[in-house]
Design a protein around this ligand. Sequence first.
Ligand code: NI
Length: 178
Amino acid sequence: MAILNVRQLGDEILTKKCKPVKLITPRIRQLVEDMYDTMYESGGVGLAAPQVGILKRIVVIDVTPDPEEGEEIPEEEMMRYTMINPEILESSGEQRGYEGCLSYVGMSGIVTRPSHVKVRFTDLDGDEYELEGEGLLARCICHELDHLDGHMYTERAEEGSVVSNEELAKMQEESEEE
Ligand code: NI
């Protein structure tokens, strides 16, 4: 298990366009494993290779819902995806909501994303998949693929909407009291 250093907003590497993966080597497999370790350690739902300093088109996502207490989610129901060279084929609808990023720790901002996307990618075995996602999965796919082209959610966030998670919690508490 290896926890990688996650680059933070302001690091130039996060502004670069990533190159496609041509061959899935043992090194790529190790990178993917380390990306999962790093993502889980930080409590994230997605991580893109440039966030750990590698300019390759690789993304890991896990938006599996938290299991009920004492329950375990079977492997086939897990919403965990390793995407090599992902490409959005179609997107539709709209969702507006808060989004955060492991490269801007402790902050969130309001971003409008498609509510439905269709993505094509290769997995670690070199098999090609098409996947349709809605809700959090659609948001996550858009967010992570943006990283591969050197974009952070902060560029898309509504002006003035990026706040610390403490501020956000306070705002939510206050709106509940109203
Ligand atoms: Ni991010």
